[in-house]
Structures are given as C-alpha cells and as structure tokens.
Design a protein around this ligand. Structure first.
Ligand SMILES: Nc1ncnc2c1ncn2[C@@H]1O[C@H](COP(=O)(O)OP(=O)(O)OP(=O)(O)O)[C@@H](O)[C@H]1O
Ligand SMILES: [Mg+2]
Length: 249
C-alpha cells in the first residue's frame, strides 16, 4: 500500500496584481507528497519556489486551485534564522512552545530535548548574536520542531552558510527527518544539495513559474556530497534544468 499523502497541491496558480503588469508567479502546479517523504523543489531564481512554499504554509492564498495539508501542522524555516534578538535561545524556543499550546511545566524538558537534537545542548542562555550562522539555523530548526510540525517547509535554509557548515547541517537535517518521521519540502537552486537530500526532486521552470518534471533519487542513505553517485545524480539534475530553461527561453 502506498503511504498516505501528507500534502496535496492541486492545479495551483498565483498571480500577483500589485505590480504594473500582473505577474504569474505560479501556473497550474500539482504535486502530491507522501507522509515521511523528503522532496526538494529545484529551480532557478524567480520560478515560484518561495511563492509555492508560502501558500503551503498558509501565509498566502492561491489565486486558483487548492492546497490540502491533510490536517498536518506545518512549520517553516527560512534563509535567515529570523530569531528574536532580544530573547535567549531558550526564550525563542519557549515562544514557539507557548504558541503551540504546550503546557508550561513541559517547557524545560522540551527545550533541553530540542537543543540536544540540534546538537546545541548548552546554548540555551545565549542570545542570537552570540551564535554563528550555522548555530542560528540550528536554533531555527529547533524552533520549527517545537511547533510539533509534521510537515517542515525549508526555503533555502542553508544558502548563506559556508560549505563545511552546510555539509554538517545536511547530515543533521537528514537525521532529524528520519528520527521524527517528518515530511519535508526543501527549496533549493543547488543541484548537489537536492541530490544529496531528496527522495524526489521536483523541477520548476520560470516565466511563468511551473512544475516541469520530477526525478526520484533512489540512492541509499546516509549520503555524502562527494559520493560519485550523488555527483552523477546532480549532473543529471543540472542537464534537466538547462533543458527546461532553454525551452522556456
Ligand atoms: N509579493 C509579490 N508581488 C509581486 N510579484 C511577486 C511577489 N512575490 C513574488 N513575486 C514574483 O513572482 C515570481 C516568483 O517569485 P518567487 O519568490 O516565488 O521565486 P523563487 O523561485 O523563490 O526565486 P528565488 O530562487 O530567487 O528565491 C517572481 O517573478 C517574483 O518577482
Ligand atoms: Mg525564493
């Protein structure tokens, strides 16, 4: 039996009319993501990745079509950690616990568990400016997990990090995903990142933004960036991206 869908995107379009000429940011996108699946949305700048993600998160509504998250709670991580600078790491996570309705007596234990999960067990009293970029993204992950989300949306969360830190965070996100049985939709324009992380890569193309193809990545886990199989898969993804970009041009 195939796993239940965690997310269904049905013929979704988004047109922005706040510009001089209306922009079709996304046209007729359809996608089904299974429970526990890790998918990457891959495409060049402007192909509607963030627009689709923000509609899945409920931050914007489709112009037409429908999105169903099947009752799953949705969490989001962005390129910037977006932590509240005046709160400690603990305070930032507690705020998410409060907003999720977790009873206060449970907060202490949960904060410790979450910080252990993102490998920052001693960072609770620090403020965001005292952390490195990679650490801040870990706290941002802990905060998303504090919301008890079943679907985690990630919009280029590691794009501003150096390659070594990004590599470590790839390992961590793959571990957290497996441990928690999360469903992840991860946006990237980096073919290697997609080949390393995803069960399935959904390829998008601009003008207008649309889903043009998808590629299953059947490689066993754990995967390493320098594996020849990962390099081969990312080469194939790049070829596909170039192919669809030429078609769109
Ligand atoms: N609020 C808005 N008003 C008008 N146009 C918008 C708005 N948000 C996005 N767009 C347009 O919609 C299109 C898709 O934008 P989107 O941010 O989804 O792309 P993206 O794939 O995430 O790109 P990037 O990789 O650069 O982040 C672009 O042409 C963008 O200019
Ligand atoms: Mg974007």
């Amino acid at each position: 039996m195939s796993p239940a869908p965690a997310l269904t995107v049905n013929e979704v379009s988004k047109v922005f009319t706040d510009t001089q000429v209306p922009t079709v940011a996304l046209k007729d996108a359809s996608l089904e993501v299974a429970e526990g699946e890790f998918i990457c949305l891959l495409g060049r700048s402007g192909c509607g990745k963030s627009t689709l993600l923000s509609m899945i998160a409920g931050l914007a509504s489709p112009t037409s079509g429908a999105i169903d998250t099947h009752g799953n709670r949705v969490g989001m991580m962005f390129q910037d950690a977006n932590l509240f600078p005046w709160l400690t790491v603990r305070g930032n996570i507690e705020l998410a616990l409060r907003l999720s309705g977790i009873p206060k007596p449970e907060w202490d234990g949960r904060v410790q568990d979450l910080l252990a999960m993102v490998e920052l067990p001693d960072a609770g009293q620090k403020r965001p400016h005292q952390l490195s970029g990679g650490m801040r993204q870990r706290v941002s992950l802990a905060r998303a997990l504090a919301q008890e989300c079943r679907i985690l949306l990630m919009d280029e969360p590691f794009a501003s990090l150096d390659a070594l830190t990004r590599d470590t965070l790839h390992e961590e996100i793959a571990r957290v995903w497996a441990q928690r049985g999360l469903t992840i939709v991860f946006v990237t324009h980096n073919v290697r990142e997609a080949a390393r992380l995803a069960d399935r890569v959904v390829i998008m193309s601009p003008s207008p933004g649309r889903i043009v193809d998808e590629v299953p990545i059947g490689l066993p886990r754990p995967r390493r960036l320098e594996q020849p199989e990962v390099a081969a898969a990312s080469g194939k993804l790049r070829e596909l991206l170039d192919h669809y970009d030429l078609k769109a041009a």
